[in-house]
Design a protein around this ligand. Structure first.
Ligand code: GAR
Length: 223
């Protein structure tokens, strides 16, 4: 089996990166993590990737005059490592249509909300402010518009009375770590196909739609 040579792009701590690297340690996983690249040379995730034995690179966006110049450097690194697929994992830079066009259908992102709700930043704060009872995470193909593109997998979690943005973020993050490797496996193995805005063909619903019951998500407060 040839495994899809995948780069993970990060900007920070890289916990989703950890989950993807761990899943890809299994030789039967259809993607191998051939590179971790960060736009921030001091991203804590880079050290973790190195410690896990994965090649790393930093392309500091601050030294480039514009987004496309930055992306052209990223592209050269990706080509050097013969990368075939990209997973964005807490990568906090928007891409130009040039880069998205180059990687169309070959780039996934994880977002901490049930898209199309709560695109953008501060998703947990906004979900709490709106009083929603269900929140979650999404893995989707990257489209030129921010946080858009065909959805591969989602996980829904309950919002509890005592939640803060931090506790809600932690509950959602646990699910990101489950659905991101699951989604990459489905896409890299060719199990799913994109039709318009839909990703179809997953062998079971549980592989794309996780609904996490209250009891599994957090201990109940007994009053
Ligand atoms: C994750 O919660 C991810 O969903 C979010 O950043 C965090 C990165 O954590 N991404 C976005 O908000 C992108 N719009 P990690 O570095 O520990 O994986």
């Amino acid at each position: 089996m040839t495994r899809l040579r995948t780069a993970i792009l990060i900007s920070g701590r890289g916990s989703n990166m950890d989950a993807l690297i761990a899943a890809a340690k299994d030789p039967s996983f259809p993607a191998e993590i051939a590179l971790v690249l960060s736009n921030r040379p001091d991203a804590p995730g880079l050290a973790k990737a190195k410690a896990a034995g994965v090649a790393t690179a930093a392309v500091d966006h601050k030294i480039y005059a514009g987004r496309e110049e930055f992306e052209r450097s990223v592209q050269i690194v990706l080509e050097t490592y013969r990368i075939q697929f990209i997973c964005l994992a807490g990568f906090m830079r928007m891409f130009t249509p040039w880069f998205v066009g180059r990687w169309g259908g070959r780039m996934l992102n994880v977002h901490p909300a049930l898209l199309p709700a709560y695109r953008g930043l501060d998703t947990h704060e906004r979900a709490l402010a709106d009083g929603v009872k269900i929140h979650g995470a999404t893995v989707h193909f990257v489209a030129p518009e921010m946080d858009e593109g065909p959805i591969v997998a989602q996980a829904a979690v309950p919002v509890l009375d005592e939640d803060t943005p931090q506790t809600l973020a932690a509950r959602v993050l646990m699910q990101e770590h489950l659905i991101y490797p699951m989604a990459l496996r489905l896409v890299a193995s060719g199990a799913v196909r994109v039709e318009g805005n839909r990703v179809l063909g997953a062998p079971t619903a549980q592989e794309t739609a996780l609904i996490v019951p209250d009891a599994a998500a957090a201990p109940r407060r007994i009053s």
